[in-house]
Design a protein around this ligand. Structure first.
Ligand code: 4G0
Length: 240
């Protein structure tokens, strides 16, 4: 996977891209990155990237011309890798495991990080393939959402994760929350690890974990539970 990141703050990515799983994926040749400062695509003396919105709404917007030039240059360089242009915005579709999975099957992504009140709508209409949001809240820029997207997508690329941190075991992979987990010691501040987990009885452990997953999901994420339940009943009824 090739990620091309279009941002006004390329240095924000340095720590994240040179750490842990993403770094290992880079070293293995499974992902690569290029950071582009789209201020370099301005043509005025002051290198202006923002302007006032028509209609008099408060705040500033990213001007269309430098972005259009930057995106065109990226699309052109990556054309052999069929790039999809992704805009990180609170107005996008919420990122889910399924969406991250389908993005992980792309050859290349151009990630567009906006600032202020966002970007000119004509860029969204004519240059952007996909609008993605990390949640219903506003940040000062799209950089942190882009990092979250890169991390979640990279983990799903075959060969990135070792056996010690395998994606199929992840919470949400199967649509349920993870069951409660425990590590040593067996007694901590007078609280014991649930007996079944130290019984060595694998079938009982599996059954207990599934029950706990379901109980936790019902209690904490009724929205996920409803989706899971619907999918299960659909699968069962299609067996007849
Ligand atoms: C576009 C993404 C980008 C529009 C970006 C702000 C949150 C997210 C930005 C705006 C972001 C998210 C309309 C304020 C930059 N904040 N939830 N900030 N508006 O994924």
């Amino acid at each position: 996977m090739f990620f091309e990141i279009l941002t006004l703050f390329p240095s924000m990515f340095e720590g994240v891209l040179s750490d842990s799983i993403i770094k290992r994926a880079c070293d293995k040749g499974l992902v690569s990155f290029r950071l582009v400062d789209f201020r370099d695509f301005t043509e005025d003396k002051h290198r202006t990237v923002d302007d006032y919105p028509y209609g008099g709404s408060p705040g500033m917007l990213i001007k269309p011309a430098p972005l259009a030039r930057a995106i065109t240059a990226s699309k052109d360089r990556l054309k052999a890798m069929a790039p999809k242009t992704v805009y990180l915005t609170p107005q996008g579709e919420l990122l889910t495991h399924d969406k991250a999975k389908s993005l992980s099957e792309e050859q290349s992504l151009i990630l567009l990080c906006g600032h202020y009140q966002g970007i000119d709508q004509r860029i969204i209409d004519h240059y952007v393939d996909l609008e993605i949001s990390m949640g219903d809240y506003v940040l000062s820029g799209g950089e942190i959402p882009a990092m979250a997207l890169i991390d979640s997508v990279t983990r799903l690329i075959p060969g990135v994760l070792g056996n010690n941190d395998s994606a199929p075991g992840d919470s949400l992979y199967n649509g349920l929350l993870s069951p409660p987990q425990y590590t040593r010691p067996e007694v901590f501040e007078n609280k014991r690890v649930p007996e079944v987990l130290i019984s060595g009885h694998h079938e009982n452990i599996r059954k207990w974990q599934k029950e706990q997953s379901i109980a936790m999901t019902k209690a904490k994420r009724p929205d996920l539970w409803e989706r899971y339940f619907k999918k299960q009943t659909e699968q069962k009824s299609s067996e007849f």
